[in-house]
Design a protein around this ligand. Structure first.
Ligand SMILES: *[C@@H]1O[C@H](CO)[C@@H](O)[C@H](O)[C@H]1NC(C)=O
Ligand SMILES: *[C@@H]1O[C@H](CO)[C@@H](O)[C@H](O)[C@H]1NC(C)=O
Ligand SMILES: *[C@@H]1O[C@H](CO)[C@@H](O)[C@H](O)[C@H]1NC(C)=O
Ligand SMILES: *[C@@H]1O[C@H](CO)[C@@H](O)[C@H](O)[C@H]1NC(C)=O
Ligand SMILES: *[C@@H]1O[C@H](CO)[C@@H](O)[C@H](O)[C@H]1NC(C)=O
Ligand SMILES: *[C@@H]1O[C@H](CO)[C@@H](O)[C@H](O)[C@H]1NC(C)=O
Length: 515
């Protein structure tokens, strides 16, 4: 590892003699699971992302720290886990409530980069102090599309041609408010920035672009449906609740149920199942919205020069009928696994596949090392939230350099995710999909090793952010070697008691001990 780090530094130094410091283009796609052709999804049509992936590192086992927008984004951008940002909902700003942690763009800004945010990068609102963390993170005020505010309005066409609030919402762009859509506005702004950047500043840039789709509602130009005929959509094979699943693990997809087209199906709460034909339409709409974003990413990449590190990732995954569930809000693979593609000029001339376990908290130290914006980040000391610049992740750069040389590299032994609940059963009030901090009574902590996922749902006190490992509400164990889709909870199998006990120990010890 020491040797490869040295080689990497040498390589990057050589690169720097010949050119300027690299730009960084950070693309985050809202709620995008790896439903991409380059990740092996046959139903996907994503030629532009695939084409970038052919000259990039593709991480096949990348995970978010919590399957909810604001906690995941604040965690990724500060390289701290939700237990350190103390954000599990949408309603606190870490600088005021946890610690004055430095973010990725802030670090680039403080080291001479011009940093700019377009669209949804930070989750807007309280969790980024209503400013997307400006001025700390960004050189100039952030850009939000004007049409963002119509997101949940009556802008979809109903059965009788009336305007409704649907989940599935293909549209004719010209007929939408202001004749456009949020992601089209964001693309235009990014192209404008890239065209005029050299007139604004000679500094290298860190440009973050956050696309809204395929987040629901699935509002996208209807022509993208052409790439996804309904007959070609295959349903997940596991459209039922895993056997012996504790109820606390179940997320009742509350964010779908209130929309006009889903509401009229009268699906019973919380366990009633979605009709198969609707599940197919949801997958079709998700894939179409993804093709739409892929198209925009293709246009964006055309404006980027060759001295740019490009990252494409997401804040978490999305269930599309697997386990009979929809949306995020859980610790399942479907909700926590994300695409992660990193293009490094000069280093990734072909596709380099990594099966290593990696986490979104790893991105900050990785981007620091790849761009050499500063010396490497230190690992955050235990029980010390006063350190404003450090990482709870691990740089992927040494691993990437090994892989580029064709060597295997070990990486982390495990990754960690978590999800809170207000009680042991799915409820709509309080909303068990997204409890507010004061409502949280249980935390589901989850560890994934190369072979297993083990999850334990334990009592949690939101006043002092403390888990009580003695009070357990549910446990799950999946063996990914024989059950990659997590259909069988085998935690009570007595033959596996030793495995459970060892995973439990690692889970309680936490990420520092699986580093
Ligand atoms: C937080 O850190 C920034 C720079 O990293 C500094 O400008 C600011 O004063 C700090 N705020 C507090 C309250 O310490
Ligand atoms: C957050 O915003 C409020 C209101 O604008 C402001 O008073 C406060 O200083 C901000 N917090 C930080 C840490 O900048
Ligand atoms: C749909 O499936 C058919 C049969 O497998 C195939 O020939 C066709 O290319 C597919 N269409 C699209 C748009 O993927
Ligand atoms: C749902 O319930 C409403 C009101 O009870 C009824 O009119 C409608 O036919 C039901 N729809 C379905 C799909 O069962
Ligand atoms: C990058 O682009 C510049 C200017 O267009 C060109 O001179 C240079 O050869 C390119 N470098 C690579 C590695 O493609
Ligand atoms: C957190 O609060 C609970 C009671 O609300 C208490 O039992 C527990 O000891 C506290 N934990 C710590 C670490 O202070």
């Amino acid at each position: 590892m020491l040797l490869s780090s040295l080689l990497l530094i040498l390589l990057l130094n050589i690169a720097q003699v010949h050119s300027k410091r690299p730009n960084v283009l950070f693309i985050i796609v809202d709620d995008l699971k790896p439903a991409l052709k380059c990740y092996g999804d046959k139903n996907a049509h994503t030629p532009n992302i695939d084409s970038l992936a052919r000259k990039s590192f593709l991480f096949n086992n990348a995970f978010a720290q919590q399957a909810l927008c604001a906690p995941s984004r604040n965690s990724l951008l500060t390289s701290r886990r939700p237990d350190s940002t103390k954000l599990y909902d949408f309603y606190s700003y870490w600088r005021d409530t946890a610690g004055n942690f430095t973010t990725i763009p802030q670090h680039f800004k403080q080291n001479g980069y011009y940093t700019y945010s377009i669209g949804k990068v930070f989750h807007p609102g309280k969790s980024s102090n209503f400013t997307d963390d400006y001025p700390y993170s960004w050189t100039t005020r952030t850009f939000h599309p004007k049409t963002e505010k119509y997101m949940n309005e009556k802008v979809c066409i109903g059965k009788r041609g009336e305007y409704v609030k649907n989940l599935i919402c293909p549209v004719i762009t010209e007929s939408q408010p202001l004749g456009t859509l949020p992601d089209l506005e964001s693309l235009e702004e990014a192209q404008r920035f890239l065209k005029y950047k050299k007139h604004i500043s000679e500094r290298p840039y860190f440009l973050a672009v956050g696309f809204h789709k395929p987040h629901i509602p699935f509002r996208f130009p209807s022509r993208y449906l052409d790439f996804h005929p309904l007959d070609n959509i295959s349903l997940p094979t596991n459209r039922w609740r895993p056997s012996l699943l504790p109820t606390v693990a179940w997320n009742p997809w509350t964010d779908l149920r209130w929309r006009n087209d889903i509401k009229e199906l009268n699906i019973s709460f919380p366990f009633g199942s979605m009709p198969d034909d609707t599940t197919k339409k949801i997958i079709q709409a998700y894939n179409s919205a993804t093709t739409y974003v892929d198209d925009l990413i293709g246009k964006l990449l055309k404006s980027v020069d060759n001295n740019t590190i490009v990252v494409i990732t997401s804040d978490h995954g999305w269930s599309r009928g697997e386990h009979g569930e929809f949306s995020k809000f859980s610790n399942f693979e479907e909700a926590t696994r994300v695409p992660l593609i990193i293009h490094v000029p000069g280093l990734s001339k072909r596709q380099i596949l990594s099966e290593n376990l990696v986490e979104l908290v790893d991105l900050f130290p990785t981007l620091v090392d790849l761009s050499q914006v500063s010396g490497p980040l230190k690992v955050c000391p235990k029980n010390n939230l006063n350190n404003i610049i450090c990482t709870e992740g691990k740089s992927l750069a040494p691993l990437m350099f090994d892989l580029a040389e064709g060597k295997v590299s070990q990486g982390k032994k495990a990754i960690f995710t978590q999800y809170p609940r207000p009680g042991p059963n799915p409820t709509s009030i309080p909303n068990s999909d997204k409890p507010k901090l004061r409502e949280i009574k249980i935390m589901g902590y989850s560890i994934k090793t190369i072979r297993h996922r083990y999850t334990e749902w334990v009592k949690f006190d939101p006043r002092n952010f403390t888990a009580n490992w003695k009070k357990v509400y549910g446990r799950e164990l999946y063996d990914h070697l024989i059950d990659p889709k997590e259909n069988m909870n085998i935690v009570d199998n007595t033959e596996l008691a030793d495995i459970v006990s060892s995973l439990r120990k690692s889970l309680i010890a936490g990420w520092r001990y699986s580093y």
